[in-house]
Design a protein around this ligand. Sequence first.
Ligand code: ADP
Length: 598
Amino acid sequence: MTRDSTDGPRAASPHPGWPDSPSRDALQLIAEGVTQVAGFGVAAISVARDDGKLEVMAVAGSDAARDQLTGTRTPVDRLQRELAKADDWGLLRFVPHERLDPEVGENWGWVPDIEPLDEPDAWHPMDLLIAMLYDDQGVLRGTMSIDLPIDGRRPGEEQRRVLNQYAEQAGRAVVTALEREGLATRVRLAEAARKIVRSASTGAGFSVDRILAESRIALADGFQARGMWIQTFDEDGLGTGAIYASDGTQIELPDELVGIAESAARRAWSLQRVEVVARDLAFGPTITAAQGERVLAFLDAIGIGSILFAPLGAGPECLGNLVLTRLPGAPEWSEVEGAAALDIGHDLGRAILNARAFEREHQLVQELQALDTYKSQLISTVSHELKNPLTAIVGHLEILETAADLDTRTLGSLAAMDRGAQRLARVIDDLLLLSKVGDPNNPVIAAPIDLHRVVDEVVDLTSVAAGAKHLTITVEAPVGPVVALGDAEELTRVCANLVSNAVKYTPEGRSVRITLGHLGHDVVLACTDEGIGVSAVDQKNLFNEFFRSSNPEAVAQPGTGLGLAIVSRIVERHSGRIEVCSELGKGSTFRVFLPAAT
Ligand code: ADP
């Protein structure tokens, strides 16, 4: 009888790498040796699986037996119960049919269809002969079942000796096959982990803890690790950066170990190697024996058997380390796993640099924003402080100007003071408005605004200035309202600034044209003049605060350089945009696009 047959349906092998593998071939050869040389009709070799079952991997001698047995799985403990009654023939165990439990007897296994000889040592179809295949640590790694002796007799001394030799070979082949299989699986898993870490670490702005959160399961599974942590070195290079555990929490390592890990990482990075620390393993070149002992003592204390230690870095710089842990008794770390971990060290190193650059940028933006807020507050405070005394000055000037006994010279001085005060008042008003429309705490309260009415109002207000220069102002607009969504006062200011600039920067006798229209979801307000124009260089700075053109013709006109800055901020906070099209000496068109009210 050949054991190693399942009591249930045959499961698909979970080891698809096996069917044509060299490992299976080696087992098959040994099984065939038993049938061809040792004089048996059937030999079957099984390997022990993690789930406590024996899986038949190779069957030689009988096609019927091969078809029935290959791939079947049998619980190890069931076989061992039966072998309790066996004779001990070295590696071989023999249970004569008469000792078999009739209960379990025929309902599993392969039973040859033969008539036993009429001899005292005749082989009976229910006889069980099996070799137990142990590894060097005494762990059962497989079995070899032998059946159907050609001579029809139970094996004698010489045959047992030959069979024991085959059993030894089979034992070694099974161990090798299992190791090879384990290695192939680990290569696959480590490679999968590497891919996941790589995809998690590409892309700007990722922080290390986010990369870890995304790849820690893949890392632990891929390396069949019990746990893991990552230490990052601060930019000061003192190794005081955070240590992230695989569950996402920050962990504390004794200072001494942090120091050892840091120096080991730097050496490992310069040597481009990983380090394995485990009992019964010589320490590598990145740590001293004393340091190694300290690490081992720590691992003992936390119940860890071994670690794979990989440096993280980019270019010449070592940036931290990755530590993967395994429990005592877990498989040793393979070279392939070491290589994959080193690759991951490169990917994570790049990711750390990216994260740092992003962090620096973010910080800079925040600082600039703080500076901008401070500047706005300063402008607003100073403007308010100037406004009150200026109002007093203007008031007193008016009183003085009405006094009866002033001579012409004094009146001239008072008029000059009044012009200066008016100019100051305009600057202060512009500054106050600029800070108001730039204040994020003062959002636009939007309502439908008919720009037609806004334009008419502005044309009315500028008519005196335009008339003084004999300018013609025309308005082209569709019949009916052109409605934008926004704040009436602010949109009036936009229109007024553009039209007053057109009037201001256009020589006498020419014309200014205002057009209104729709474009997609926007309404468009354009102001075209035949004025002095703006050079391409100046156009770039037109909307900056206090910018005034370098053109002497423009400088000759009074102005603060705040009007267009105010326009652009208002347009921006209305979710609109402004375009300028201008040529020096020919004229300019300013075009404002604002969301239309539906
Ligand atoms: P201000 O007119 O008070 O100087 P603005 O911010 O309104 O400030 O304009 C900034 C500068 O842009 C002006 O100094 C002027 O040189 C130029 N500019 C603005 N509008 C026009 C225009 N329509 N034609 C020519 N130059 C203009």
